[in-house]
Design a protein around this ligand. Structure first.
Ligand SMILES: O=C(O)CCC(=O)C(=O)O
Length: 268
């Protein structure tokens, strides 16, 4: 199996900016399979939980701590093209921390307040910020439907204090005084993404997204990884180190096609 190697300029971007945008990480066939399966997946939708944002909007997501052998979501998590990159970004073997489908629905989809993922993963017993996520656009993500916004280079600020935010204290957000100061010195980037584009981002990168006032959904799959050496010292809401197999990239289509056929057979 060929290893995916980051180029020098990708490494530099990762280190300087705290994120890396990769167009076409999933090809059209893969991302349309992912989208069609997710839209039809009753279990995914039944498992969705709601979180309120600061303005009373509702964000919706379905999160999995476990992987299985027969869903396209797991095949993406295991895929070499992601895991190889993550290992180079985090400097160690990585394991699956969790993955989630963000269901930002037309007109009602809520905002995500400014945060660093390590801002709250810190509380889960992870000593180091060697953790990262990859967000894959399932639908086009635009400014109109609340694409992700990041503050370029903010991962270099280290971890910022976080506390409860949102109407019912449903979200964990970063200290806004620091976010505002960071915005005076660092660049705010709107990450508009085509389906299949992926954004790799560091656990300390400040990010947020606005409500979806458009008539278009903005679903995305976020896969989160932790470095093996950063195994949490205590039990938390996400798993400790366990070996993650790397699967050949072709498995995404193979497993996705089988899952789609199985769903189609069940619905006739
Ligand atoms: O989906 C989004 O807009 C943001 C999600 C997010 O910030 C997170 O899960 O940490």
């Amino acid at each position: 199996m060929m290893q995916t190697v980051l180029t020098l300029s990708e490494r530099q971007q990762w280190e300087n900016d705290g994120y890396l945008l990769r167009r076409g990480l999933l090809d059209q066939e893969e991302v349309y399979l992912l989208r069609d399966i997710a839209r039809r997946d009753r279990e995914l939708q039944a498992a969705a939980s709601l979180r309120s944002d600061a303005k009373g909007g509702e964000t919706k997501l379905t999160l999995w701590n476990e992987l299985d052998d027969d869903t396209i979501y797991s095949a993406v998590v295991h895929s070499r093209r992601i895991v190889d990159r993550m290992e180079q970004m985090l400097g160690d073997e990585v394991y699956h921390y969790h993955h989630k489908m963000m269901l930002k629905e037309p007109r009602t989809g809520g905002a995500w307040e400014w945060r660093q993922d390590y801002g709250y993963w810190y509380g889960n017993g992870c000593l180091f910020p060697h953790m990262a996520s990859v967000m894959i656009a399932v639908d086009p993500a635009t400014r109109e439907n609340g694409c992700l916004k990041v503050i370029r280079g903010s991962h270099q600020m280290g971890r910022i204090d976080h506390g409860p935010v949102g109407k019912d204290n449903d979200q964990t957000g970063a200290d806004l005084e620091r976010v505002e100061e960071a915005l005076k010195r660092l660049e705010l980037v709107y990450c508009e993404m085509e389906p299949g584009t992926a954004l790799f981002f560091h656990g300390n990168l400040l990010h947020s997204s606005e409500q979806n006032h458009s008539d278009k959904p903005r679903w995305s799959l976020i896969c989160c990884y932790n470095a093996k050496f950063n195994d949490p010292y205590k039990a938390g809401p996400h798993p400790g180190y366990h070996y993650l197999e790397k699967w050949p990239d072709e498995r995404i289509k193979e497993i996705g096609t089988a899952q789609w056929e199985c769903m189609s057979a069940q619905s006739v």
